[in-house]
Design a protein. Structure first.
Length: 146
């Protein structure tokens, strides 16, 4: 089941991050889909703040991944837009990340086959009129989901 949430303003995206952050822990994986500028990195910035990361989170699209160890749990922020093959992900230590922290992945298509079954998908979309996000599965918004 999918839950669609309208994001009328940046504050709505911040509120979503605020809602989800306490439901996450080591082993949680979130994949972020959506076109350029749809709000994926914006969401991760907000999520990081609610996880107690004081550092500024910026887009990892040039370096593929960034890690933050100053919050409640390690946060691994990946952007696979420029990645060519799955093997590079394994060389990067993806499985260690998945196990030890919260892993959030922009442009995750390349990794889909190696991510855990309980990965939470956030699919952002926007046009000139509105923004929304589909949360899949809907149960990811419940405390019992882990
Ligand atoms: N409701 C909203 N939620 C998130 N971002 C919004 C919203 N309204 C406006 N924005 C703006 O849209 C932009 C989204 O940019 P962001 O870098 O998060 O996109 P992205 O999906 O990560 O793109 P890319 O694929 O290039 O990494 C930000 O500049 C943000 O301020
Ligand atoms: Mg981004």
């Amino acid at each position: 089941m999918t839950k669609r949430i309208d994001l009328h303003s940046e504050q709505d995206t911040i509120d979503l991050a605020h809602y989800i952050a306490p439901l996450l822990g080591p082993g949680s994986v979130i994949t972020l889909y959506g076109d350029l500028g749809s709000g994926k990195t914006f969401f991760v910035k907000a999520l990081g703040a609610f996880l107690g990361i004081g550092e500024e989170i910026d887009s990892p699209s040039f370096v593929i991944f960034k890690e933050y160890h100053c919050g409640r749990f390690p946060l691994y922020h990946l952007d696979l837009y420029r990645l060519k093959d799955e093997g590079e992900l394994l060389d990067m230590g993806l499985f260690d990340m998945l196990e030890s922290g919260i892993t959030v992945i922009e442009w995750p298509e390349l990794a889909e086959n190696i991510l855990p079954y309980q990965t939470i998908q956030l699919r952002f979309a926007f046009d000139s009129e509105k923004r929304f996000v589909d949360v899949i599965p809907e149960a990811a918004l419940e405390e019992s989901f882990q």
